[in-house]
Design a protein around this ligand. Sequence first.
Ligand code: A2H
Length: 252
Amino acid sequence: EGVGPQEYTGIKMRVVEMPAALAAFEGKKVFFVAATLRPETMYGQTNCWMHPTITYIVWQSVNDEIFVTTRRAARNMSYQDLTPELGKVEILAEVEGSQLLGVKLSAPNAVNKVIYTLPMMTIKEDKGTGVVTSVPSDAPDDYAALKDLKKKQAFREKYNISDEMVLPFDPVPIIRCPDHGDVIAATLCEDMGVQSQNDTKKLAEAKEIAYRQGFYNGTMIIGEHAGKAVQEAKVLIQEEMIQSGDAIKYME
Ligand code: A2H
């Protein structure tokens, strides 16, 4: 960071059932837009992370679509051809993350037909869109946070998350790594004894290995690009998702 612009893929996750906080948008195309560095992993999405105390905005994007992101991301996107008027964000609503939990979404490329928004306490407000897609097979942070929710019923209850939004979702094997099997993040977290999403030091180590091994040595084992190297598949899948309208490019 601080080394120049970062390019993310913004994954458009469509709201399937409007929660109370978004009732005004019934019948509209509303998307939670997650910023990721790993668009080739979207097959393995099990949920979408939101921070309970971050304020999100609901804003008018192009093509009659409505996006949900942080204000900061919307402002940046308004200079990237994602608003009707350059540099102008039309805010339709302002909603706290806690009101956007347990929302049913349809996520592009995901093996799971529907997924839910769940709370993650380590989301940073000043990075990406404040919306994070969860791929516990390949991202140690996601694995640890999902495991926390599965283990702690009180944590689920606190945020009105019902069991069926969490318990049925397990890491999906999507990428094969020579020395770490088909769900590298899950394997690393278990082997290293990561205790929770706040186990910062071990998670940083696991992340470093998962990223290096998955990205540079991994092979896709799912989807149209099964058999290809991850590095090669990444660009192809990003391009396909943008072409099909399932994703956008986002720089910051
Ligand atoms: B990645 P960088 Cl499978 N707060 O997407 C915390 N984390 C955030 C975030 C925020 N505001 N916005 C994005 N992220 C996460 C997939 C993935 C990611 C995989 C493996 C590794 C990985 C699924 N989650 O990231 O600091 C998002 O998680 C490893 C770093 O800009 C995003 O990509 O480098 C990544 O962090 C961006 O982190």
